[in-house]
Design a protein around this ligand. Structure first.
Ligand SMILES: [Zn+2]
Length: 288
């Protein structure tokens, strides 16, 4: 089957088991969206309601970012089952992501295999929320290297958070993009997706790593679209390795459509906009 004109993929939204959040983290999440907080909570149990949001926003598919972070955020390993169960409502449009926590796992390879059995499409690594640098396997955190290796062998993309985090307890210093330099060298066949391009502090570092390594992609969520070309003025140089994402409903991202429209209004070639929002995401996470 050909996908001559696939729809837009937003590879980074947050539908997570919010009821598991620590109270102070939930308060930070709720700030600024008090008026529709109940609706957001309801979405957690209602994939059909999310599909309506996607239809309203003109979005075909979304990546549902989930990862364990029991000590900082409150999510345990059951977040993976949550993502898989939720996505089962519309497997073509809802792409479940999951994670294995290298500081807590006793069976890294077995847990990556379990994610694959669940149908998880991408493994999320969140250094500030999981409290280690993305290259911590070079400093003794063996489980992290074993997770990367197994993902590399199994063709599972890895999405790595870069940049700061507003949540209480997050260790922002672990958001440096430069740590991905090691990962790209040591796991040359791993598909590495750099979320947020180091925003708002480390875009130069991010761009260096992106230009240097063909196996690293930039995922645009969390970057205000109207600031994208200020943050990455030479975006076109890495244009074949950029994918669309919003980080909805994180603070500052009100609406899927508004972000997309702002991106589409940028002075970039239409062909490139199509590649970023439609074709490259589909190549990274194909239909199945
Ligand atoms: Zn995010």
């Amino acid at each position: 089957m050909t996908a001559a004109r696939p729809g837009v993929s937003d590879l980074h939204i947050h539908i997570q088991p919010w009821r598991d959040l620590k109270p102070e983290v939930a308060a930070a999440m709720r700030r600024g969206k008090e008026d529709h907080w109940q609706r957001l909570l309801a979405l957690m149990d209602d994939p059909k309601a999310l599909l309506e949001v996607l239809d309203e926003g003109g979005i075909w598919r979304v990546g549902l970012v989930n990862y364990p972070s029991p000590d900082v955020m409150g999510f345990d390993d059951s977040t993976n089952e949550f993502a898989a169960r939720y996505a089962a409502a519309a497997p073509e449009r809802l792409l479940p992501y999951g994670g294995v926590h290298p500081r807590f796992t006793t069976d890294p390879e077995g847990q990556v295999e379990h994610l694959l059995e669940l149908g998880i499409r991408c493994l999320k690594i969140h250094p500030p929320h999981q409290v280690y640098p993305a290259n911590a396997y070079t400093m003794g955190l063996d489980a992290l290297g074993r997770i990367y290796r197994r993902c590399e062998e199994r063709g599972m993309p890895v999405l790595i958070h870069t940049g700061t985090s507003i949540f209480p307890g997050a260790r922002c210093k672990f958001g440096h993009p430069m740590e991905i330099d090691d990962v790209a060298i040591d796991f040359p066949d791993l598909q590495i997706v750099m979320a947020h391009g180091g925003r708002p502090l480390w875009m130069d570092e991010a761009f260096f790593v992106l230009r240097r390594h063909r196996n690293v992609m930039l995922e645009l969520s969390g970057i205000p679209p109207l600031k994208l070309l200020e943050y990455f003025p030479r975006l076109e140089e890495i244009g074949d390795r950029v994918v669309w994402g919003t980080d909805w409903p994180s603070p500052g991202v009100k609406n899927l459509r508004q972000n997309l429209d702002q991106f589409l209004s940028l002075p970039l070639p239409d062909e490139l906009k199509d590649r970023i929002t439609r074709h490259t995401p589909l190549a990274l996470i194909p239909r199945r």
